[in-house]
Write a protein that binds this ligand. Structure first.
Ligand code: 1CP
Length: 355
């Protein structure tokens, strides 16, 4: 498992060390836009079987690395494995996205949630991490991940995805102590889950706070950021004699980058609604920045993709601490060849800029 890392650009960039060129990976790089992914998912039968069969999860994790010159692999799994393991029973209704059979409806439901031993009920994730790490054989680092306590709570209370978050926001305003109890349980579960991923071989960690941006500034701090802070404080930050960088990503959280930096994380994922010049000014080199091409730019022509890549690199400008990424996950209907254009352009332009 400890094969030497042949490409550590990603880890070095997250430590704000100098790099020969800007490393690049893509949120949801293993997913539905890839025909080879769809083939394996079909073979698995359904999404959860794919996640819970380590050999298949490993296979789809490695698929994008065969096609594109990426500098990191991300574990193939989902943020909703935690509530599933807590007994909410995740399923995917055709064409409707993730849903829970037993959503949280009351204080009693929150109190009844079991505490998790990630090496027991989420053993399949740890087995996937170990297998992927072995199969990577030091090619690039492996990113482990989880959802933020707030983002997990939105799915747990709404019973699936939501447009207006009426149930979870109803709870926030009318019964905040129940929501805090849920968020605290989620924060403990996420901390243990991420530490178990590191023990199994993850070399960097990312926390996806996809829905933090729907909160007011005050509520963001109280109901999302506070619990990400709790996690950052509880994480193992070194493994195999090397730092395990932690990256926080709040979609639509551009206003709060300075507060997020105060958690002591190593990097921030930045969506495309903020200019990296402003993100840099807000964070003052205290963290690395990961982002932030608009995922829809990949619907444009190859020529326009190259132009947009250059703009993102220029907006970060000189100095260490940049990881190129999309500002959110790659869209399902993007032509994979367009992602190759993006990745190749990052290689070409950032190496020139640094030589
Ligand atoms: O049909 C399919 O194959 C299912 C589509 C899919 C995939 C490919 C889902 C269901 N999850 C995943 C994998 C996944 N999910 C990964 C690993 C892939 C990679 O990055 O290479 C990761 C990191 C996630 C994380 C995730 N799941 C987030 C946070 C990141 C984000 O996109 O904001 C969220 C919010 C989820 C929930 C979820 N799971 C699946 C879907 C379609 C969704 C989103 C539902 C919604 O819009 O509310």
């Amino acid at each position: 498992m400890n094969a030497e890392l042949k490409n550590d650009l990603y880890l070095r960039a997250l430590s704000c060390e100098d790099v020969e060129r800007t490393p690049v990976w893509v949120m949801r790089q293993a997913g539905r836009y890839l025909p080879e992914y769809l083939k394996v998912r079909k073979q698995a039968g359904d999404f959860m079987t794919l996640c819970s069969t380590p050999e298949l999860a490993c296979e789809v994790t490695l698929q994008p690395l065969e096609r594109f010159k990426l500098d990191a692999a991300i574990l193939f799994s989902d943020i909703l494995t935690i509530p599933d393991a807590m007994g909410l029973e995740l399923y995917f209704a055709a064409g409707e996205g993730p849903k829970f059979k037993k959503p949280i409806k009351s204080r009693a439901d929150v109190t009844a949630l079991p505490s998790l031993d990630p090496n027991d009920s989420l053993r399949y994730v740890m087995d996937a991490v170990s297998l992927i790490r072995k199969e990577l054989n030091g090619r690039v680092p492996l990113i482990g991940f989880s959802g933020s306590p707030w983002t997990l709570a939105t799915y747990m209370v709404e019973g699936g995805g939501s447009k207006d978050f009426s149930k979870v926001k109803g709870m926030l305003f009318s019964d905040p102590s129940t929501l805090h109890e849920l968020l605290n349980k989620n924060a403990i579960a996420v901390t243990n889950y991420l530490n178990a991923q590191v023990a199994a071989g993850a070399q960097s960690l990312m926390i996806f706070d996809t829905w933090g941006g729907v909160l007011s500034p005050e509520n963001y701090k109280q109901f999302s950021l506070q619990y990400m802070q709790q996690i950052v404080d509880g994480l193992v930050r070194n493994a195999d004699g090397r730092k395990v960088p932690v990256v926080l990503f709040t979609k639509n959280g551009g206003r709060w980058l300075s507060d997020m930096t105060d958690t002591g994380c190593d990097g921030l994922g930045v969506d495309w609604t903020i200019d990296l010049r402003d993100a840099k000014a807000a964070t003052q080199g205290r963290v690395a920045l990961q982002g932030n091409l608009d995922p829809s730019a990949l619907y444009g022509s190859p020529e326009s993709i190259r132009t947009e890549v250059k703009k993102v690199l220029d907006s970060f400008g000189e100095g260490p601490g940049h990881v190129f990424n999309l500002g959110h996950g790659i869209h399902q209907f993007v032509n994979p060849d367009h992602l190759a254009v993006m990745v190749d352009a990052v290689h070409e332009f950032s190496a020139v800029a640094k030589s």
